[in-house]
Design a protein around this ligand. Structure first.
Ligand code: 6PG
Length: 251
């Protein structure tokens, strides 16, 4: 549906990072319960970065930890650095430490991106895994959390990279010159099929970019977060932002 015009989505502004994290945890619980009631399982793609860590910590403790039927949750990631699973830069490690080690998600339902050996192979196997998991379903994830970089990237979709042009593949590899590291990332074609996609942004350093990505122009090669438009496919886009990151956004 290339002609569908991106809309800004729903912007929700919270007093501070704590309130923002609570709202993200509440959204997770709401979506989990809704999905399990309607489809018998809940599929979520987590984001890396610093911003969502507090939301994951909150989900790991009361009252949220008892509000989700974790046995029916399936956990995926939006992107990963190709490092060993116990490397401090691993997004899967962060989510395990903050959340997954503390709640009863069956290990078989936890699907980290494994690419330490080869980014290319890692991307291929994650794509097969996702295609078989979503077989026959009209939509993909029940919930995707995404972060926003100060350069406009989201997941590992960085400005000016070939991953932004991807129309068919759901998962691809990229090389980050800045970090000298390979990464694997979900692409717009699969992310946009999510039922709910929520960006979580916090801090004054994000204010300029948040204003930029929320305007109606497209230019995804400069501002990759603008590729995200689940509303074109029947899903919903939320921007959960704290006051500092939303200080330049008209609400
Ligand atoms: C990762 C990400 C990335 C992240 C943004 C925002 O690098 O692990 O998935 O897209 O979400 O860079 O990161 P912060 O929350 O740390 O600002």
């Amino acid at each position: 549906m290339p002609s569908c015009k991106r809309t800004a989505g729903v912007v929700r502004v919270y007093a501070d990072h704590e309130a923002l994290s609570r709202a993200a945890a509440e959204l997770f619980v709401r979506q989990a319960n809704e999905a399990i009631k309607n489809r018998g399982r809940f599929s979520v793609a987590l984001s890396g970065g610093h911003t969502p860590q507090r939301a994951y910590e909150l989900l790991a403790g009361p009252p949220f930890n008892t509000q989700v039927d974790w046995g029916r949750a399936h956990v995926f990631w939006g992107d990963e650095r190709c490092v060993p699973p116990d490397d401090p830069r691993s997004n899967a490690r962060m989510a395990r430490e903050k959340l997954l080690d503390h709640v009863p998600v069956p290990p078989a339902n936890i699907h980290p991106i494994a690419c330490a050996d080869s980014a290319k192979n890692g991307a291929r196997s994650y794509e097969s895994l996702l295609r078989s998991f979503f077989d026959g379903c009209p939509k993909s994830f029940d919930l995707v959390f995404l972060g926003l970089g100060t350069d406009g990237h989201t997941a590992s979709l960085f400005p000016g990279t070939p991953a932004l042009l991807e129309k068919d593949r759901w998962v691809t590899e990229i090389y980050s010159e800045k970090e000298a590291i390979h990464r694997v990332t979900l692409t717009a074609p699969i992310l946009n099929q999510a039922l709910i996609l929520a960006f979580i942004t916090s801090g004054a350093s994000k204010a300029g970019m948040l204003r930029e990505v929320l305007n109606e122009r497209h230019e995804p090669e400069r501002f990759p977060a603008r590729l995200i438009k689940p509303d074109c496919y029947g899903g919903k886009l939320y921007w959960l932002a704290d006051k500092d990151s939303a200080s330049l956004v008209e609400t």
